[in-house]
Design a protein around this ligand. Sequence first.
Ligand SMILES: [Zn+2]
Length: 212
Amino acid sequence: MSDKQLEKISQFLHERYGEDEQDFENKMKQSIHFMGAVQDLIEVCGDDPSREGLQETPYRLMKAFLEYTEGYKEDPKLHLQKTFDVNHHDIVMVNDIEFNSMCEHHFAPIFGHVHVGYIPNGKITGLSKVARMVDGYAKRFQVQERITNQIVSAMDEVLQPLGVMVVMEAKHMCMCGRGVMKRSSYTTTTASRGIFAEQAEKRMEFLSLLKR
Ligand SMILES: [Zn+2]
């Protein structure tokens, strides 16, 4: 690893762990170890880690992983805390929020869209805040089912709405690009609380808003 690369990784780690010097030192040591392991992996796969195109790959991979997992830096539900009092008792729907995540079993990308709908109980949150909260949970090592439930729970806890429902549609590269190689398959998960969990009619109203 060049000094310049180490300097950049150190900057990333400082942003995330800078408050605790000991923690930072540990992460730095682990990162250097990781980059060495990536060189070994390249060799195990049958290539030469010192050839030009691969020389910087361990560093790039380290940096990319710190970006994929930025969600660990925060408590995503805090994004929802700024609320506004509004007298609105029907569905508020945020459609097609893009997300990128990473499958915790294969470290392969998961990407797709989330649709979040809720029925406020006097309190609403900013629409962009919902998207930021989604990012906070997606940018971790995840399974789609967990992200879906974390989103619905965050909305439920912070906004205490009459109901909230989440639909998540995603492609899993661990299924598309390897293993069973099902390129066109995607996975849908749903989670609901309150009225949406209790009343089939309300769920149908939510689902009708997904079709445009
Ligand atoms: Zn996977």
